[in-house]
Design a protein around this ligand. Structure first.
Ligand code: SF4
Ligand code: SF4
Ligand code: SF4
Length: 481
C-alpha cells in the first residue's frame, strides 16, 4: 500500500545484489510499508552502475534515481563501491549543468540486514521527489538560444606570438629530424586565416612551419596511432597536457615522442571572428602585430584584439608553457594564479536550471550528429567502438531528437571525466558552433572540487582520479540519511 498519498512518481532504483537488494527483501519480509514509486533494477555491484544509467533514466522521464549498495568496506568485490562513490559524486555535480535538479539523484549504503534503514531511505527519498514534483522534460523545455555575455578576463597576457622563437625551433627540428620519422606541426592552410597540420619529414618541410594565434588544432590527437614509432611534435601548453594525459594512460611511450615547445599567447576563436566578419567570399590576408590580428576579407580590413577574440579556454589558461617538453624555446609567459571560471561555464552558471535545459534543447536541435567533436578529441580513444554506435546494448537511437544528442554529449563528457584536459578541440571542431566545452568544464570543476584540486594532464605519473579510489575520501561528504 502506498505510504505517500497522491499520484505515484517514477523513481528508478539501482540496488546491489549482495546488500541493498537483500535489505529491501528484509524490509519486505518484515512487512515494512514502503512507497510504491520505486522501480528496482538489481545490479551485481554499485561498481556496475555506469553514471550514464542515471543520466539516461532522468532524460528518459524518471523523476528520481536512487543507487544503493553495500556499506564502504563491506563490498562483496572489496572495492566496487569505492569506485562507484567517486563516479556517482561526479555525475551528481554534472546534472545541474544540463538543467536537471541534482536532488533528483541520491546514493546510499544499506546492508542486507538493515530492512528498517531501507524503509527509511526509500520513504525519505520518495518524499523528497514528491516535494520536487514531476521532473521537467527536455521535450517540454522552452528553447533558449541566447548566449549570455561572457566575461573575458585573462590570467596571463594574450598576444600574437610575433616574437616567438620560430627560427630557433626550426633549426632544432632540422637537427633532430634524422632520428625521427617525422615531426608534426602547423602550416598555412586553405586560406590566410587557417593553419592545418604539417608532417615534417625533410628540412624543406620544416621551412613551412608557422607559429601564431592561428595554430588552433591540438596535434596530440595523432599520437596514439603512431605508438611505438619515433616521432616529434610541436606543442602549445594545452596540447602538452594532452600528451601528459596520454602518457598517464599509457597510450603512448615517452621515449618515442620528442616534444618541442614555444610558450603560447593564445589562439583565435574563428567562430567569434566569423561572427564579426559577417558574410564574406574570400579572406585576402592576415597580418599581426604584438597584440592584434588584422584580417582583410573581400577587401575590407577588420582588426581583432587578442584579449577579445581568443578561444574561451585561453582566458583561464594556467599552462601557456608546456608541462612536459624535451626542447623549449622563447621566453616563458607569466601566469597570475587566480580562481577562474571559464567564460562558457560562467554563462551557464548565470542561468536557472530551467534556462539551462532550454539552452541545451535549443543547442542540440542544431546538432548535426556529425561526431566531429568526438573525432577531434585526443582523449576519445575508443571512437571506433563508441557506445553511441552500439546496437547490443542499444544505448541510443540514430534519431534526430535533442534528447539523444544531449545524451551523446553526456557520454563524451562523462567518459572524459578526470581525463579531459580542456583543450577545446571538441568545441572547435563543431561545424555549427555549439558551446559543448562547458559540459567538459563542469566535469573538470567537479573533479577539482572532489579530488583535492586535481587537474588532468599536469603530471604524467599521476593516476586519473576515476581510475582509482580512496577508502577515506577527504573531499566527499556523503549524505546523512
Ligand atoms: S589554452 Fe593556453 S596554451 Fe592553449 S591555446 Fe590557449 S593560451 Fe595557448
Ligand atoms: S573532451 Fe574536448 S576539451 Fe576535453 S580533451 Fe576532448 S577535445 Fe579536449
Ligand atoms: S560536432 Fe557539433 S554538430 Fe557535430 S555531433 Fe558534435 S555537437 Fe553535434
Amino acid at each position: 500500500m502506498p505510504v505517500l498519498e497522491g499520484k505515484e512518481l517514477r523513481i528508478v532504483g539501482f540496488l546491489c545484489n549482495w546488500c541493498s537488494y537483500g535489505g529491501a527483501d528484509t524490509a519486505g519480509v518484515a512487512r515494512a510499508g514502503q512507497p510504491t514509486d520505486l522501480r528496482v533494477i538489481r545490479v551485481p555491484c554499485t561498481g556496475r552502475v555506469d553514471p550514464l544509467f542515471i543520466v539516461k533514466a532522468l532524460l528518459e522521464g524518471a523523476d528520481g534515481v536512487l543507487v544503493s549498495g553495500c556499506h564502504p568496506r563491506d563490498c562483496h568485490y572489496s572495492v566496487g563501491n569505492f569506485y562507484a562513490r567517486r563516479r556517482l559524486e561526479v555525475v551528481r555535480e554534472f546534472l545541474p549543468v544540463i538543467g536537471i535538479d541534482p536532488r533528483r539523484f541520491a546514493y546510499t549504503w544499506v546492508s542486507a540486514s538493515e530492512g528498517q534503514r531501507w524503509q527509511e531511505v526509500v520513504q525519505k527519498f520518495t518524499a523528497e521527489i514528491h516535494d520536487l514534483g514531476p521532473a521537467p522534460r527536455l521535450e517540454d523545455a522552452k528553447p533558449l538560444l541566447r548566449l549570455a555575455d561572457m566575461a573575458l578576463t585573462s590570467l596571463h597576457p594574450l598576444g600574437t606570438g610575433e616574437k616567438a622563437a620560430l627560427a630557433e625551433l626550426k633549426e632544432a627540428i632540422k637537427a633532430k629530424l634524422p632520428e625521427l620519422e617525422f615531426v608534426i606541426g602547423w602550416q598555412q592552410g586553405y586560406d590566410a586565416a587557417h593553419t592545418v597540420p604539417l608532417f615534417m619529414k625533410t628540412p624543406e618541410d620544416v621551412d613551412k612551419l608557422v607559429w601564431g594565434p592561428l595554430n588552433v588544432n591540438n596535434l596530440a590527437v595523432y599520437l596514439p596511432q603512431f605508438k611505438g614509432r619515433k616521432v616529434g611534435i610541436v606543442v602549445k601548453g594545452c596540447d602538452s597536457r594532452s600528451i601528459a594525459e596520454l602518457l598517464q594512460e599509457k597510450l603512448i611511450n615517452r621515449e618515442d615522442v620528442t616534444i618541442f615547445s614555444i610558450p603560447c599567447e593564445g589562439v583565435l576563436d574563428m567562430a567569434r571572428v566569423n561572427t564579426e566578419l559577417g558574410r564574406y567570399t574570400k579572406i585576402d590576408s592576415v597580418t599581426m602585430d604584438e597584440a592584434s590580428v588584422t584580417i582583410t576579407a573581400d577587401g575590407k580590413e577588420h582588426r581583432f584584439c587578442m584579449t577579445e577574440c581568443a578561444q574561451g579556454k585561453c582566458y583561464g589558461c594556467t599552462t601557456p608553457g608546456a608541462v612536459i617538453a624535451d626542447q623549449r624555446f622563447g621566453t616563458p609567459v607569466e601566469v597570475t594564479p587566480a580562481a577562474h571560471t571559464p567564460p562558457e561555464l560562467a554563462m551557464l552558471d548565470a542561468m536557472s536550471l530551467e534556462e539551462r535545459m532550454g539552452f541545451w534543447k535549443a543547442q542540440m536541435e542544431r546538432c548535426l550528429r556529425c561526431y566531429a567533436c568526438r573525432n577531434a578529441c585526443p582523449m576519445c580513444v575508443c571512437r571506433d567502438y563508441c557506445i553511441s554506435d552500439a546496437r547490443d546494448p542499444h544505448w541510443m537511437s540514430q534519431g534526430e531528437s535533442a534528447r539523444d544528442k544531449l545524451f551523446f554529449q553526456t557520454i563524451h563528457a562523462l567518459h572524459l571525466a578526470g581525463r579531459c584536459t580542456g583543450c577545446g578541440e571538441c568545441q572547435r571542431a563543431c561545424p555549427v558552433g555549439i558551446p559543448i566545452l562547458a559540459l567538459r568544464q563542469q566535469i573538470a570543476r567537479a573533479v577539482g572540487k572532489l579530488f583535492g584540486g586535481y587537474q588532468s594532464g599536469i603530471n604524467p605519473e599521476a593516476i586519473p582520479p576515476l581510475l582509482t579510489y580512496a577508502v577515506e575520501e577527504p573531499h566527499i561528504h556523503e549524505r546523512d540519511w
